[in-house]
Design a protein around this ligand. Structure first.
Ligand code: COA
Ligand code: AMP
Length: 635
């Protein structure tokens, strides 16, 4: 089939408002919008002002009303617990209504914040939708973050209530959530009124009298009482959620997502970008704590009337490298979306794909990869093994949906390995040099997006318009700075090469090295430190800490290193995958005192590097090279 991409992209460019007005017809609005886009509202304009709508209604109720109540909406498959739970749209609605009723009884109303700190259990999806139903703003915190990270988010979002579970399951260990919750509440200045706790059989916890509510008991009571909670109409421009993502400091950025634009963009993306039909099974093997989980585990598949799969497990080791194929076969999955790391892990354990023929993958049509650079080797391996298109696509927490892709729904374009595709409608990508001038095709520069951003992108940061300006809009006036460096080729394909800030990408998880440095600096023996991301065959990148000790420090180096590693795990969480620290005599700096992180990274990654002209003392780089070599961290 010839691709309709050029025609569709040109239609958007010709008249963006007409384009999004047409896309908005796929959403049920309680009151129509006054205009498609108001350029004078908000920081850079707002989409669909004047409209009233409800995301939960569009994701759940309308499918029931349209006669699809018996269709499967959600399949929860835990490869760790060995359980599968299935919910039709009618059952999903019952679960969501009952929980919304519990929330309402505890004072939650439109605009209130609710933090959801949960493992990958079905109740996490119910919780997000119950908030959406009431017009409350959810903020999901990834379970692999430590108590202090949760506390930071509690203080920023100021939730009235927290929904959590007694435990999460990681291979070979049970993560007790309750102690983390209690510690976070103790650390935070803001105190939630209540916590709703889903007890899991693997590890139950004691509830705090007066504060904690047993999830199952409370929901059962509401169900027995025949609770009914209507979807609360909210402005299309009201926030649906706040999702914190790494910034350049320890203070994460609260990415705000609105209701109207978000629904329009996600619904459009399912058809046109992902090529999925309502009724098909869509599986995003991510976590609800990340944006991929928000958009493509919960909201997009449900808005589109698909069956979504929530998976608790890992691509390998739960129990083996055939788990993904087992889930695809068991549930008739049409499309899988995951991070390249997952496929590198499977390829590492089963390079010949011996598990694949054991499963019926006849319904499986497309593999989508995103979240980090997809190396051509891994893409080609997946293509060979699965005989389906493998689609790399690029986006960010901030955009909520792909910026570039090979739009299978519009008809495939030629694949260029190493490129996550071409701009999707809504995105006018430019490459600028540091002075803000556009560079010719093929030239590396700052990847920026011409304003306004399309529906579904963040309108601002939570309570931080100024930070939004500073972080994204100020450096290149008229453009949104992605903080990725890359190039466009003559056919309009984007190649994303690196970040221009201190964010690193570990197994598809976005982490701030600045935040890790702030933690290391708290160690009493550490005078100075730098954290860089070094290449890793499995996870893409892993963090490496370089620390300089205080003059008087006399303790064993190994003890200090162990403590430093423990500190990052305790303060940020195991997800940081912070396992390497080396103690060095001094850090290489420019004469103005800037640490030469980029040069150290090149040395560690065995890339060509040149001596920076501004270096304070060139001998330090030799010291670092030796230190890295001794530890096997550089050639
Ligand atoms: N709660 C508590 N701890 C968690 C957690 C959670 N929800 N998620 C991860 N962790 C812990 C892990 O147990 C691990 O701890 P450890 O250092 O004690 O082993 C650490 O955080 C790092 O986790 P992870 O990045 O998952 O690495 P892993 O070594 O456990 O597994 C892979 C390696 C390749 C299997 C895994 O990284 C993977 O599946 N990656 C796919 C990427 C992905 O889904 N990305 C999401 C964005 S699309
Ligand atoms: P996150 O906000 O966690 O989704 O991380 C976004 C960042 O991940 C981007 O700015 C990129 O640096 C990186 N990223 C995401 N997808 C891709 C991709 N397909 N190719 C290269 N980098 C990617």
């Amino acid at each position: 089939m010839a691709s309709r991409y050029q025609e569709v992209y040109a239609a958007w460019k010709h008249d963006p408002e007409a384009f999004w007005a047409e896309a908005a017809k796929a959403i049920d609005w309680d009151r129509p919008f006054d205009r498609v886009f108001d350029p004078d509202a908000g920081v850079y304009g707002r989409w669909f002002p004047g409209a009233l709508c409800n995301t939960c209604y569009n994701a759940v109720d309308r499918h029931v009303q349209n006669g699809h109540g018996n269709q499967l909406a959600l399949i929860h498959d835990s490869a760790i617990a060995g359980t599968v739970r299935k919910f039709t749209y009618a059952e999903l609605k019952r679960e969501v209504v009952a929980l919304a009723s519990v929330l309402r009884n505890h004072g939650i109303a439109k605009g209130d914040r609710v933090i959801i700190y949960m493992p990958m259990i079905a109740e996490a999806t119910f919780a997000m939708l119950a908030c959406a139903r009431l017009g409350a703003i959810h903020s999901v915190v990834f379970g692999g973050f430590a108590a202090r990270e949760l506390a930071t988010r509690i203080d920023d979002a100021r939730p009235k209530l927290i929904i959590t579970a007694s435990c999460g399951l990681e291979p070979g260990r049970i993560i007790a959530y309750k102690p983390l919750l209690d510690e976070a509440i103790q650390l935070a200045r803001h105190e939630p009124d209540h916590c709703i706790i889903a007890q899991r059989d693997e590890l139950r916890c004691e509830l705090v009298a007066g504060r904690d509510i047993d999830y199952a008991d409370a929901v059962a009571r509401e169900t027995a009482a025949g609770a009914n909670v209507d979807c609360v109409p909210v402005a299309a421009t009201d926030p649906l959620y706040v999702l914190y993502t790494s910034g350049t400091t320890g203070q994460p950025k609260g990415v705000v997502r609105d209701h109207g634009g978000h629904m329009v963009m996600l619904k459009w993306s399912m058809d046109h970008e992902f090529g999925i039909e309502p009724g098909e099974v869509f599986w995003a093997a991510s976590d609800v704590g990340w944006v991929v989980g928000h958009s493509y585990i919960v909201y997009a598949p449900l808005l589109h009337g698909c069956t979504t799969v929530m998976f608790e497990g890992k691509p390998v080791g739960t129990p083996d490298a055939g788990t993904f194929w087992r889930v695809i076969a068991d549930h008739g999955v049409a499309a899988l979306f995951t991070a390249p790391t997952a496929f590198r892990a499977i390829k590492g354990q089963d390079p010949q794909g011996t598990f694949i023929p054991k499963y019926d993958l006849s319904k499986f049509r497309t593999l989508f990869l995103a979240g980090e650079r997809a190396d051509p080797e891994t893409i080609k391996w997946a293509e060979r093994m699965l005989s389906v298109p493998v689609i790399d696509h690029w986006w960010q927490t901030e955009t909520g949906a792909p910026i570039t892709q090979n739009p299978v729904g519009l008809g495939m374009l030629p694949v260029k390995y190493g490129s996550p595709g071409i701009p999707m409608p809504g995105y006018d990508i430019r490459i600028l040099n540091d002075a803000g001038h556009e560079v010719p095709n093929g030239t590396l520069g700052n990847v920026v997006l011409k304003l306004p951003l399309p529906p579904g992108c963040l309108p601002t940061l939570w309570n931080a318009d100024k930070r939004f300006h500073q972080a994204y809009l100020d450096e290149f006036p008229g453009f949104y700075k992605t903080a990725d460096a890359g190039l466009l080729d003559d056919d309009g394909y984007l190649f994303v090469m690196a970040r221009t800030d201190d964010i690193i990408n570990v197994a598809g998880h976005r982490l701030s090295t600045g935040a890790m440095e702030e933690v290391l600096a708290e160690h009493p023996d550490v005078a100075e430190c730098a954290v860089i991301g070094i290449a890793d065959q499995l996870k893409g990148q892993i963090p490496l800490g370089l620390v300089v000790l205080n003059a008087g420090a006399s303790r064993e180096a190994a003890d200090i290193e162990r403590e430093a590693i423990g500190l990052v795990r305790e303060r940020i969480g195991p997800v940081a995958a912070f396992k390497s620290v080396i103690i060095i005599k001094r850090l290489p700096k420019t004469r103005s005192g800037k640490i030469l992180r980029g040069t150290i990274q090149k040395i560690a990654d065995l890339e060509d590097w040149t001596m920076p002209a501004t270096i304070d003392d060139p001998a330090i780089l030799d010291e670092i090279t030796t230190a890295l070599k001794v530890r096997g961290l550089a050639g």
